[in-house]
Ligand binder design. Sequence first.
Ligand SMILES: Cc1ncc(COP(=O)(O)O)c(C=O)c1O
Length: 465
Amino acid sequence: MKDDSSIAQIAAMLREEIAARQPGDRLPSSRELMRRHGVSPVTVSRAIGQLAAEGRVITKPGSGAFVAPRPTPLREVPDLSWQTVALGDRVIDDSGVTALLTAPPEDVIPLTGGYLNAAMRPDRQLSAAASRAVKRLDAWAAPPLTGVAELRGWFARQAGGEVTAADALIVSGGQAALSHAFRALAAPGTTMLMETPTYPGAMAAAKAAGLRTAAVPMDADGVLPDLLAEAFAVTGARVFYCQPTLHNPTGATLTGERREQVLQVARAHNAFVIEDDYARYLTDRAPTPMVALDRYGTVVHVSSLTKILAPSLRLAAVIARGPAAQRLRAGQLVESFFVARPLQETALEFVSSPAWPRHLAAVHTELATRRAALLAALAALLPDAEPHLLPRGGKHVWVRLPPHVDEAALVEEARRNGVQVSPGRIYYPAEPPGPRLRLTHSAAVHVAELTEGVRRLADAYARLS
Ligand SMILES: Cc1ncc(COP(=O)(O)O)c(C=O)c1O
């Protein structure tokens, strides 16, 4: 006998025998087992293989099989409940950011995520830049505390206007920049204004900084300056966080006229504008940053490299002037000293090399192709999902669904059907106006997968209708 049942029988008998013996004891030889049970050598070796895979037996070629050491029994789970009392109820809510950073399982197509697909990332050129950077003699020394001077100069030139390298502070990514800026500019318990909808990571950072938030509505041209003025007046807020270019999630870009109006409104209320310019490099049609229009230190500008290069290139610049800049620098020093020099030198190597303009051009072309493919697939397969606007770049399309649609049920059904989409709900600080989805086109492997993702979403939608 050498079928599966006979292997299982021999294995079961040997398990009993092992239980009765001590670790290190030799088991009967294969020949002996064959004789005892009237089975073939293959059956015996498969049964012993199974026990070895279970960790019960150790085989030593030429010597035979031995009883394996018993696993050490699990120690009693320590009682950590005292920590709950010691920590109090100051919960940090990471649900918004965790949802953004969690990749779906292999067989689920991602129409979510905030970074470039691996195929679009310049990984080889980044590695080459990193190896050039670490070969520098001073690569592991402390950098100037506000950041490597040439990198600060590069960010300042990108921002334009009158800002200089001295106004730029290098921090570890856009999210850290927002946390620093919120903590530096607004005291716990005070109110910060934000567009609605907005980036969940900003809402989470504001909450973690102990801030209240108040939402200011927007349309396809960005935030509404009249309502911004009203919100400043009603709340007494001194900070407005916004994303004037390729706003996440709607894709809106604030018009030139409204940029001036927003600055006037903020100045009239002696308030700061935190300009999160996270998507500047995801389009070849980015308007002049607001910081370049500002002569009064109103704008605190945040510019990150992760979105255009790689999530682990955790570098961003915060550009500010006056006492606000001083407070930001002090905050960064107290919290984390400075950003690792090799990372700063790597970014500098990359953006100073011919790889940078080449990469920008390649990404702009690919994003335009993907955006067109996503919109075409939606029009053909899911016409009920109405795009809010045609974004001039970026990675997302924001769609409105008919009011009767159960957004949460659709997201869940879509996931069961093999596609992950972002529910609109997570982008609203308060009640959403209706069902929405954010659909990302930069995370799928290629256009065919993107289209298949929309087909799966349309199937899920049809099933719920
Ligand atoms: C609008 C916006 N700002 C900032 C960030 C933070 O990005 P990072 O910390 O990778 O620079 C994100 C990431 O999704 C974002 O969408």
